[in-house]
Ligand binder design. Sequence first.
Ligand code: CP
Ligand code: NVA
Length: 306
Amino acid sequence: MKNHLLALKDFSKQQLQSLIVRAMRLKNESREGKRHQQLAGRTICLLFEKPSTRTRVSFEAAMYGLGGQVIFMSTRETQLGRGEPLKDTARVLARYVDGIVVRTFGQEVVEELARYADVPVINALTDLYHPCQILSDIMTVIEQKGAPENLKIVWLGDGNNMANSWIEAASVLGFPLTLACPEGYGPDTAVLEAARARAGQPITLLRDPGEAVRDADVINVDVWASMGQEDEQEERLRIFRPYQLNSELLARAAPDAVVLHCLPAHRGEEITEEVLEGSRCVAFDQAENKMHIHKAILDSLLGGAA
Ligand code: CP
Ligand code: NVA
């Protein structure tokens, strides 16, 4: 059965909530020393066209942790790099493995793979979305602060793949979201409009970072130049400077606000060393939760026990 995870908008509130609940349960069970084997005999292929530390290792650790096996392929080492069509690659890989986890540039790449692969395709980051990351981020928010609908959650900086997936999560799960992005660097317009049409809670786009973080419970930051935007690094450094999360900006948030960063972090750019290493930053809990969320996703899509 086809059952892909390409974008959060494709899921219901109940489905996203149940993935997070499943991840929390798997996390507790592993802390108690329980060994999982529900994906024994199953194999996934990771097909990555961009670098990764956390997503690659946490997907691999998740699959092994459920008793399964992993084959990692960097796209440039495959025939895709020499022009073999995606639709052929998808149909071939689906004959060998039980799921394909893809990190690439265009969202249309994961969509085409999903169209042709007869096994689940999971989006491990595209230029448009980073859906699995946002699920682990919301899990971290719930652990730290409780239900997101009762919180002021803020996205600060670039309206990038992470921002787009936060917007979709807010619209599906039904929590308010405030974004502050420089002019010309807002989230994808179509994603924002569709999410606003779906949402029961406001999704607010501001310019002023100080206004956005006022009384915030959760502040999210990410790099100013994403993978593939290296040529724009210098210009972005100049434009995004007022959006740096430093102690002064953080002081405007609620006194017990938490700071999220999906990592990798560029200290001295989007976040200062002091804030990243400070007691309010939960970036390493977020990083751990990626593995638990990936276990829940694999368990759910590959048909493990509920
Ligand atoms: N947060 C995240 O996706 O990190 P990697 O690029 O290291 O996978
Ligand atoms: N927005 C960043 C996220 C990295 C995990 C990027 O796409 O590079």
